[in-house]
Design a protein around this ligand. Structure first.
Ligand code: S3P
Length: 184
């Protein structure tokens, strides 16, 4: 086997999941850069194509409409992209169809973050996330706990809190390369 084959990463979409503010977009951009792949933040794509930020979509059209849109965009990306890095909104995996589709067609990476660390980031993201509006700290903790069940579906998880985005991205590449070697 040639050296470059040993480091090969499969032609398959990579999907990043995890709680809002865990670092999906930051790690995703570094990962895409390292692999010379296209990076797509699904929320940003929806916002730019709909001409309004996700917060505004929630406000004017409601969460259910946003979730429908989110599903359509992810289905479309899974069908039309082959080797992109896709960063999903933190609630996308609430929908079983999205979970099943991504687990079947992509490599799903969970950006894991402890509650303690996430809580320290809360002031930075609180105002920009519609899901966090009008919630007490206790309700937000309950949301964090409930979300862990949906994030349990993944192929690999990386601690996105205690290491740099560069190290987290490298850990994911190492995982892909190790699996590729095992398969070949
Ligand atoms: C949401 C997370 C957000 C965005 C929307 C809903 C959620 O994405 O999709 O506000 O339900 O957790 P980020 O995880 O990128 O913040």
């Amino acid at each position: 086997m040639q050296a470059e084959d040993a480091n090969a990463v499969p032609e398959r979409n990579i999907v990043l999941i995890g709680f809002m503010g865990a670092g999906k977009t930051t790690v995703g951009k570094v990962l895409a850069d390292k692999l010379s792949r296209e990076f797509i933040d699904v929320d940003e794509l929806i916002a730019s194509e709909r001409g309004m930020p996700v917060t505004e979509i929630f406000k004017t059209m409601g969460e259910a409409a946003f979730r429908r849109m989110e599903k359509e965009y992810i289905q479309d990306l899974c069908a039309n992209k082959r080797s992109a890095v896709l960063s999903l909104g933190g609630g996308a995996f609430l929908q079983q169809e999205i979970r099943d589709l991504c687990m079947e067609q992509a490599d799903v990476f969970l950006m894991d973050i402890s509650w303690e660390l996430w809580k320290s980031r809360l002031p930075l993201i609180r105002d920009s996330r519609p899901i966090l509006q009008n919630k007490t700290d206790e309700e937000i903790k309950a949301l964090y706990d409930a979300r862990q069940a949906i994030y349990a579906r993944h192929h690999c998880k990386v601690d996105a809190g205690s290491q740099t985005p560069e190290a987290a991205a490298q850990a994911l590449i190492d995982w892909l390369q190790t699996r590729q070697r095992q398969l070949s």
